[in-house]
Design a protein around this ligand. Structure first.
Ligand code: FES
Length: 130
């Protein structure tokens, strides 16, 4: 029952993505791919006085990857950058609310990998570092 509510929420984010688009210029921007399927997410951030004032994502891929990127934007907007840096994969998986199989973990974490790589200015972030 609870699972089905979360599934509905994921489908809603997939069908009606929040904060979809681009920021140009952005203070931080990064695009990454799920190497297993080639699906993509890009995340752009604007930061003012240490606070994430605006965030957008864009991409294409499965419902989990796109919904979790959409949920992630809601999680970071308006928060101090230092708090955003501290978001873990468990925080995001909690937000998704359903058990994610190992096979779908890369889908669920694609947006977070992008966010962290952008903030830290690195090419990519390994799942284990999230
Ligand atoms: Fe490609 Fe999920 S199947 S990101």
């Amino acid at each position: 029952m609870v699972d089905s509510l979360y599934r509905e929420q994921i489908l809603d984010h997939y069908r009606n993505p929040r904060n979809k688009g681009a920021l140009d210029p952005a203070d931080y921007s990064h695009e990454d791919q799920n190497p297993l399927c080639g699906d993509e997410v890009r995340i752009d951030l604007r930061v003012h006085d240490g606070i994430v004032t605006e965030v957008r994502f864009d991409g294409r891929g499965c419902a989990i990857s796109q919904a979790s990127a959409s949920m992630l934007t809601e999680l970071v907007e308006g928060r101090p950058l230092e708090e955003v840096k501290a978001i873990t994969k468990d925080d995001l998986l909690d937000e998704l609310g359903i058990p994610v199989s190992p096979a779908r973990l890369k889908c669920a974490l694609l947006g977070l990998k992008c966010l962290k790589a952008g903030i830290y200015g690195v090419k990519s972030v390994h799942d284990d570092e999230l």
